[in-house]
Design a protein around this ligand. Structure first.
Ligand SMILES: Cc1cc2nc3c(=O)[nH]c(=O)nc-3n(C[C@H](O)[C@H](O)[C@H](O)COP(=O)(O)OP(=O)(O)OC[C@H]3O[C@@H](n4cnc5c(N)ncnc54)[C@H](O)[C@@H]3O)c2cc1C
Length: 441
């Protein structure tokens, strides 16, 4: 990839080169917008875990660029042909749901065992995108990196502050931890859940991420081992196992070579300043001691035992400011718990809308109106995701009022709760944002 030949009277700074920062870079390249990516790490990188995308995220990738969709296709792992339209096969994993005979009732049918499939949740109509599937994060990021010219990236650049330029230009000056500075027209903050740009924009700790009451053990299981323990159908297709104050997700990644596992547990509080901790296998097993043999087999096969405290953002009053010009994108704007598998997907949607709006801008003043239109269109949807994701976590963990451990109510809820997320008309949303941009001229 070569760097864009600039056609715009402005020059942007993207802070953070995760999935959002790189996707925004790819989108801006489509419009020959000049930009530089500042990343605090020594290179682009992601952790060795899985991430799933809903149809909305895959459509956003397609709309951003066929190259991005191809990058995703190279990494995604499809389920069995017969399961292509299935989000999750749903099961109960916690033995406490069963009576003395080891069974419970679902859908008017008695005799359902712990670990048995109760129902499947379907994506509505995904044929046009050729299927959805999970990816290995590091492999997906590597593919995105290939779509961004090396010359636009600066590494080892940890943003610490942003000020207004003193040369009368209304530019922003980025200050980095290594003592260097850089001057741009605006900052696009893609620096994740602990975002420094968010702190600078919102100017108070009130909007910092808060503990959600859940944590997640993340791990990988080699597929041959997963098949040996669970059988092919469970191991090679996405599953969710419900329980009391916890749930477990599994889905295949790396073209079926690996089963990704995320095991969630509720916690009253999180006091450590570290959000990721190495735990012993015994500690991990203790959280699932009341669970049945399928869940126990999954947990005991996990190769690493890291626990992640799950934080999310209070709803920010705005995603942008004009003095100095800053706009928040992805997790920096709206970090969510992962219970609806939508955080990274929202960042990709943001990039589609914001990147294309910036493509419409032809002056520095236009950028302010772009940010306003982006904020108006994206803030309600993305903050809705954060709110409903917390609720979903309590639903999967038998903690939601009016649902508890009623698996029939849970099924009714689950069958439709994702439709507003998956069925979004993104091209229509971009038209709406462009109309707001034009009307504000
Ligand atoms: C357990 C778990 C499971 C998840 N599963 C899913 C899923 O299945 N599907 C889904 O869509 N989402 C999922 N998510 C959410 C998803 O991981 C995030 O929404 C997504 O990774 C956010 O990407 P981002 O690029 O916005 O932020 P990040 O990935 O956090 O990237 C931020 C980048 O900015 C850099 N940076 C940070 N601070 C600075 C600074 N001051 N200066 C310069 N650079 C900086 C960082 O080094 C990093 O490269 C999950 C999250 C968790 C915790």
């Amino acid at each position: 990839m070569s760097a864009p030949s600039p056609t715009k009277p402005f020059n942007l700074a993207i802070v953070g080169g995760g999935i959002t920062g790189l996707t925004l870079a790819i989108t801006l390249l489509q419009h020959n917008v000049p930009f530089t990516v500042y990343e605090s790490a020594a290179q682009f990188g992601e952790i060795g875990a899985g991430v799933g995308f809903g149809p909305n995220a895959v459509v956003a990738m397609m709309l951003i660029s066929p190259l991005m969709k191809e990058a995703y296709n190279r990494c995604r792992t499809l389920q069995w042909e017969s399961k292509r339209g299935v989000w999750f096969g749903a099961r109960v994993g916690d033995r406490r749901k069963a009576g003395d005979d080891g069974t419970f009732e679902h859908g008017g049918q008695p005799g359902v065992k712990i670990g048995d499939q109760m129902f499947e949740v379907f994506y509505p109509n995904i044929d046009h995108i050729g299927g959805v599937g999970g990816v290995h994060r590091a492999h997906f990021l590597d593919q995105l990196v290939k779509l961004v010219p090396k010359s636009v990236a600066r590494f080892g650049k940890r943003l610490v502050d942003i000020s207004k330029a003193s040369d009368g230009s209304e530019d922003v000056v980025l200050h980095f931890a290594d003592g260097t500075t850089a001057q741009h027209t605006a900052v696009l903050g893609c620096d994740g859940i602990k975002s420094q740009t968010r702190k600078i924009l919102l100017g108070s700790d009130e909007w910092n991420a808060v503990f959600s009451g859940k944590c997640a053990y993340r791990g990988l299981v080699p597929m041959p081992k997963a098949i040996e323990l669970l059988g092919e159908e469970k191991a090679m297709n996405s599953q969710i196992y419900f329980g009391y104050h916890g749930h477990i997700l599994t889905f295949p990644i790396e073209k079926g070579k690996t089963m990704n596992v995320v095991a969630f547990a509720s916690r009253e509080s999180w006091t450590s300043t570290d959000w990721v901790a190495r735990v012993s296998k015994e500690e991990l097993m203790a959280d699932f001691r009341t669970w049945g043999p399928t869940a126990t087999a999954i947990i005991s096969a996990m190769e690493r035992h890291d626990v992640w405290a799950l934080f999310d953002h209070p709803p920010a009053p705005t995603y942008y400011g004009t003095q100095p010009r800053i706009c928040l994108v992805g997790d920096a704007a709206h970090a969510t718990t992962p219970h609806q598998g939508s955080g990274a997907g929202m960042g990709i949607e943001d990039c589609y809308i914001l990147g294309n709006l910036i493509g419409e801008a032809n002056s520095v003043e236009d950028l302010d109106r772009v940010f306003r239109a982006y904020d108006e269109v994206r803030r309600p949807r993305t903050q809705g995701i954060v709110r409903t994701s917390r609720e979903a976590g309590r639903l999967w963990d038998f903690e939601l009022e009016d649902h508890g451990d009623d698996v029939d109510a849970l099924q009714r809820n689950m069958e439709t709760r994702m439709h507003w997320i998956w069925n979004i008309d993104l091209a229509g949303e971009l038209d709406r944002a462009k109309a707001i941009f034009r009307q504000s001229a």
